[in-house]
Design a protein around this ligand. Structure first.
Ligand SMILES: [Zn+2]
Length: 449
């Protein structure tokens, strides 16, 4: 559509707390940016008639709700084929025996193309309008992932993984040198920024050292310099497990967060996956740099050995979003991650060892509810990435989805008379892809049931 268009109906988003816009009129400009948002516009409004008569109005029914698209802050795209498998192994073994052999197969671009196409389609069907992707060390396959995001219209932030440490990375899957890894990363940045059709930067490059243990100091420094030069986003794993946290301490003589900061890799557009074992000094440093944490509650159950204290870290003022961590997390649905965030926080609060006295079992004040989980899955992800997504607000991208009550393949049923808070609760605690009717990214309809 070459002219502005509008959507009218019930909308729910979470600018701070959850806010229901009972009959929202959202006007979207032709490039997909929200021009205006009014919370309650009656059916007989003259503008509604105007948009309707020129065929530029989408009118939602009583059994439909408009939500911001979901922002998945941690996806390993090449691990999609092993979703749900080998999760009984410890992290180091899972990586060496299962994950690295799989990731090494992406030297084959045809193989990569098949997997990446299925993944992007699956995530869009699940309402994930923005995804922050780790790819592999392979430049051509990573370029292909960026092209696939653009072709399907997903807001994709795509990183070629840097990993050159000979002791932590196998011979068959390792960057040849810090120099070649840095050069290939720069090549990906240039490629994505120049992709035809990507003038609005729907797809963005991300500087992606796998994690400190997998990278030599030379590579960390090289990628840090590249981050300063290019202003790109940065993503990596940070203090995910006892092993990772202690390994970095032993090697660098400081915490993971500090090592990343020394290399110039901790900035406003840095997303640290997991962060389970960050210490109080790390929290202050992450906050000071404006960096973010990708909370991955489902994979933390399998690999972290601890629960990330989401509520306490939000209270510390950190930017925090949510990640599926495909394939350390076994679900492609960020709604599933939201539910796990709620459940994990309850286990942290109550504790889990029944042989301890009730009052000594857990960490009081740790629980979060569906509202907080929804917020981190939408607006929190946008803040973490420093991008205008995740809210219905002028100047933000129209990245959104319609959920519908009672769809044949859906889980969620709500009554049109229920208040927005109750409807949102039903959605966050129950929704899956079968409840999603339509998805837009930057104003473009990218998925329809
Ligand atoms: Zn990960």
């Amino acid at each position: 559509m070459a002219e502005a268009w509008a959507i009218w109906g019930r909308a729910i988003h979470a600018p701070d707390t959850v806010e229901t816009l009972p009959r929202a009129l959202i006007i979207v400009d032709p490039d997909g940016t929200i021009i205006s948002v009014e919370p309650s516009v009656p059916e007989n409004d003259a503008r509604l008639r105007g948009f309707c008569e020129s065929g530029r109005l989408i009118s939602l029914s009583d059994d439909q709700v408009l939500l911001p698209g979901l922002v998945d802050l941690h996806v390993h795209a090449p691990q999609f084929p092993q979703l749900g498998t080998a999760l009984d192994r410890p992290l180091e073994e899972w990586l060496q025996a299962h994950t690295f052999p799989l990731e090494s197969r992406y030297a084959d671009v045809t193989f990569a193309e098949g997997v990446y196409t299925r993944l992007v389609e699956t995530l869009l069907a699940n309402g994930t309008t923005t995804a922050l992707y780790f790819a592999t060390i392979h430049l051509p396959a990573t370029q292909r992932l960026a092209e696939i995001c653009l072709a399907f219209g997903q807001r994709g932030l795509v990183g070629r993984v840097g990993m050159d440490h000979p002791e932590q990375c196998p011979d068959f899957y390792r960057d040849a040198s810090a120099e070649s890894a840095t050069a290939d990363t720069r090549a990906l940045i240039d490629f994505i920024r120049a992709m035809p059709g990507n003038e609005n930067a729907l797809v963005r490059p991300v500087i992606t050292p796998r994690f400190v243990p997998a990278c030599t100091d030379a590579l960390l420094d090289g990628l840090g310099a590249l981050a300063r030069d290019t202003g790109c986003h940065v993503q990596t794993h940070c203090s995910e497990s006892d092993w990772e946290h202690e390994h970095v301490r032993a090697r660098c003589g400081c915490t993971d967060t500090e090592a990343l900061d020394r290399a110039g890799l901790l900035g406003r557009r840095t997303v640290l996956a997991h962060g389970n074992f960050i210490e109080s000094g790390d929290v202050a440093r992450i906050r000071a740099r404006g960096a973010a944490v990708a909370h991955c509650p489902l994979s933390n159950v399998y690999f972290a050995g601890a629960v990330f204290p989401l509520r306490a870290m939000l209270a510390e003022g950190l930017h925090i979003g949510l990640g599926t961590d495909i394939a350390g997390g076994a679900s492609a649905s960020l709604f599933e991650a939201a539910r796990q965030a709620v459940a994990s926080s309850r286990l942290l609060e109550s504790g889990t060892d029944r042989t301890l006295q009730a009052g000594r079992r857990g960490v009081p004040g740790s629980r979060v509810d569906f509202r907080t989980a929804f917020r981190v899955a939408t607006a929190g992800g946008g803040e973490a990435l420093d991008l205008p997504v995740g809210l219905f607000r002028p100047g933000y991208a129209f990245d959104a989805m319609v959920l519908q009550s009672g769809l044949p393949d859906g889980n969620v049923v709500f009554d049109a008379e229920e208040d927005g808070d109750t409807i949102l609760q039903r959605i966050v605690m129950g929704a899956g892809r079968g409840d999603i009717d339509r998805v837009w990214v930057a104003g473009r309809l990218v998925r329809q049931r």
